[in-house]
Design a protein around this ligand. Structure first.
Ligand code: NAP
Length: 225
């Protein structure tokens, strides 16, 4: 299987890279300038390291380095935006709203538009990594305006993709990784990247059990949104 992953130099993206390499797949792993943990794996002939800041159009060298067919596209790259009190009702700015939306929602759409003509093999799958923070049902504490709104928008975009691509046999799922110990999730996260990624990979394996565009957590639970 050819697996394409954005934001793959650290955190969950890097753990996805390890997982799919360990399971014998070819991995096309993107970073945006800092190869990070990918540099330690570069001897693996199944790993293809590519540069793409997903808020921009990819350059032609990236497209030339890609295989004709991608079986699994994981839109993982994301940002939280300002931490602490930077996203309160009083503090959040229009610039923050736009930037966080650009990275977390517009960029995954761009990635799919760019790679769609390579998602041709039967069973091709798109996994969009959102967050429970984007669930309206789950929002009992307010705040975090930019991140919540952007991840909610990604879930809606992902659902439309699922509807639009079902006829072509392309499966689309929205994922919640859990609260994970990464740079974004912080040290208090409830699970590590290995548990999160192996759980999300199982959900992807079982994608036909879920409705197109379902929002599913790493443990298989449906996220109402
Ligand atoms: N950790 C959690 O608890 C948690 C919970 C729910 C959802 N998520 C979601 O899971 C995904 C991965 O999170 P994480 O915890 O692994 O975060 P992370 O440790 O902060 O890593 C984020 C990754 O995204 C990349 N990235 C950011 N902006 C980018 C851009 N414009 N173009 C390309 N790559 C970009 C980063 O690259 P650089 O190294 O260059 O910055 C990095 O590789 C995100 O979508 C996040 O929202 C995480």
């Amino acid at each position: 299987m050819n697996v394409f992953i954005t934001g793959a130099n650290r955190g969950l993206g890097l753990a996805f890279v390890s997982y799919y390499l360990d399971h014998g797949h070819s991995v096309y792993a993107c970073h945006r300038g800092n190869t990070g943990g990918l540099s330690l794996m570069q001897d693996n002939p199944d790993l293809h390291v590519l540069e793409w800041d997903v808020t921009t159009e990819p350059d032609s060298t990236l497209l030339e380095a890609l295989p004709d067919s991608i079986d699994l596209l994981i839109n993982n790259a994301g940002i939280y935006g300002p931490m602490k009190n930077g996203q309160t009702l009083e503090a959040v700015t229009a610039d923050t709203m736009h930037h966080v939306y650009d990275v977390n929602c517009v960029a995954p759409l761009r990635v799919v538009q760019t790679l769609l003509d390579r998602l041709t093999r039967p069973g091709a799958t798109i996994a969009n990594v959102s967050s429970k923070m984007g669930s309206s049902t789950d929002n009992s504490s307010g705040g975090t305006y930019a991140y919540r709104a952007a991840k909610a928008a990604l879930a809606i975009v992902s659902k439309s993709m699922a509807m639009d691509l079902e006829g072509q046999g392309i499966r689309v799922i929205t994922l919640h990784p859990g609260w994970v110990r990464t740079d974004m999730g912080g040290e208090s996260g409830l699970i590590d990247t290995t548990e999160s990624v192996s759980g999300m990979a199982s959900v992807i394996d079982d994608i036909d059990k879920y409705k197109p565009g379902a929002f599913v957590a790493f443990d298989g639970a449906i996220v109402p949104y």
